[in-house]
Write a protein that binds this ligand. Structure first.
Ligand SMILES: [Zn+2]
Length: 170
């Protein structure tokens, strides 16, 4: 029974409103409407996020801080290709592999990146938390409408992602 659910989630066929597994919670998100997507640098994001990010990027630059989007909008279809990428048997992971992955990566249909209203900034490494860019974000991002989705000890039980920021109340 368990392995069926793991497979359903991994392949993007699970249709619940949220996934709760081994103390980890992921919520369902719909793909951004194509007419709301724009390029911001090289990455596609929701037009509202682009507006807010460009303002923030300008302010950061004045302080000598460079902010770049390294990951923006990702469709559910695309997430189907990246969620299983680290599994030995791609669409049939062991429970152990699945839980380890679930902590840092959202299954297809459950990533904030689907909305276009969440981005990864500069890095995908935990030591981003030691940079001046991260410290600048902690001080200023909120005033541009951003919040960190997965701070340390977040209620969803996900790993700390200092690079992942979303527009608030979206
Ligand atoms: Zn992210």
């Amino acid at each position: 029974m368990k392995s069926n659910i793991i497979q359903e989630i991994t392949t993007g066929n699970y249709d619940g409103e949220k996934i709760v597994y081994a103390g980890i919670t992921h919520y369902k998100f719909n793909d951004c409407a194509p007419q709301d997507l724009v390029f911001c640098g090289e990455k596609q994001v929701h037009k509202e996020l682009a507006k807010a990010f460009i303002e923030m990027q300008k302010a950061a630059k004045k302080d000598g801080i460079t902010l770049e989007i390294v990951s923006g909008f990702r469709s559910k279809e695309y997430q189907k290709t990246i969620f299983p990428c680290k599994f030995k048997d791609k669409l049939n992971p062991s429970e152990e592999e699945f839980i380890a992955r679930l902590k840092y990566s959202a299954p297809p249909g459950f990533s904030e990146h689907h909305t276009g209203l969440a981005i990864d900034i500069n890095s995908l490494e935990e030591d981003f938390a030691d940079t001046k860019e991260y410290k600048w974000l902690l001080e200023h991002a909120e005033s541009f409408g951003f919040e960190m989705s997965f701070p340390k000890n977040n209620s969803q039980g996900l790993g700390f992602e200092p690079w992942h920021w979303r527009l608030k109340n979206k």
